[in-house]
Design a protein around this ligand. Sequence first.
Ligand code: DP6
Length: 373
Amino acid sequence: MTDIISVIAPINMAVIKYWGKRDEKLIIPLNDSVSGTLDPKVMCAKTSVCARSAFEEDELWLNGIKESITSERLQNCLKKIRELAIEQKSVDEEFLKFKVHICSENNFPTAAGLASSAAGYACLVTALATLYKVKTDISALARIGSGSACRSVYGGFVRWYAGSNPDGSDSIAKPVVDSSHWPDMRVLVLVIADTKKHTSSTKGMKTTVETSELMKHRIQVSVPSRIEKICEAIVKKDFPTFAELTMKDSNEFHAVCLSAFPPCIYLTNTSLKIIEMVHYYNNICGTIKVAYTFDAGPNACLYLLEEEVPKMLSVIKYFFPFSSEDFIKGLKAPPIKEFPIESHIYKSATEKDLINYIIYTKVGEGPIVLKDG
Ligand code: DP6
C-alpha cells in the first residue's frame, strides 16, 4: 500500500465577496462571504503528501518546481496539523518526527489569475489532515493558509462566517446547499488577455481597510443586507434574486477597491465590456438570466442556468468574436444558438478587447481524496 496521500480540490467563486480582515495574522475576515464551488473535475489543484524517515527536510514542489517551504502561511498550516496530531495522538510518535514532502500542481494556468491559492490550500490541508489522521474542522485549517480557501473545502454553495471570537475559532465555513441542490447551475469563466500585474488580494484588502471610506458602508450596511437574502435565494433556486445580489456585490466590491488610496484597479476595458454585455442580454430577456462577478482581477465569472448557455455563447461570440474549436475548455459545450443582437447599438470588440478562452464548468463537489494515491 502506498504511503502517499493525493487530493484534488476545487476553486470557488464568491458571489458575496470577502474583502478585508479584522485580524491579519489569524486571517479573520471583516464580513461573512458566500461562494459557489466549481467542479474540481474541470479545474482543480492536486496535492500529494508523504512523510518518511528517509526525508531530511520538509520540502515543497509547485507545478514541478522546488520552492521554498518557509512561507509563514504554509508553516502555520503544517504546525497546526502537527499540534493537532500530538493532541489527538492520531499517529505514533515516530511518525511525527518524519519530514513531509508536498507536491502540488494546478490543472489550469496559475497566471490566468484564477483563485489558485484557494484550491491549493484547501487541497494541502485536506491531504495533510488525512496523512496525520487528525479530526478537525478542515475549513478553519484552510483559512490559516488563505482566507477564501476555507470555502473550497465544501461543494455546492458555501458560507464563510466571519465569527466574533478573537482567536478566530468561530470563523469557519459551512455549506449552504450541496452540489446536487441546483443541478442546472452553470459557470462560464471568461479568461481575459491581461499582462498587467495586479495588486494581490492580501495587499489590496489591507489598503482598502486602511483608506477607503466606502468600505465602512460595505461592511456595516451592504453585506449584512445581502447575505441572508442570497442564501435564501440559493435555497429557493430563485435565479433573478441570486443574480442581482451577485452583480451588485461585485460592482460594489470593485467600487470600494477604486475608493482605496492608492486605488486598486482590477477591471480592464474588456471586463467593463462584459458587464455591459450581460446587462444588454438581461435587458433583452426582460428578466435576469445571467450574473457576472469579478474577483481581484479582470477575468469574468458568469453564473447562468444550463438552458441559457447556447444563447449566451452566441452573445459572447458577437461581442468577442472567436472561431477556434478549443476556445471553450472544460465541460462539453452545447451547440451555439443564434441570438439576435442589435448590431447598430453594440459593436463587436476591437482587437484590444480580448478574451483568451472560456472555461465552461458547473457548481460541483468539494475536495476528493484519491484512492490510488
Ligand atoms: C477577491 O483569500 O486570496 O477573491 O486571505 O489574504 O489569502 P487572503 O486573501 P484571498 O482573498 C480573496 C478575495 C476575493 C474575494 C473572495 O474570494 O471572497
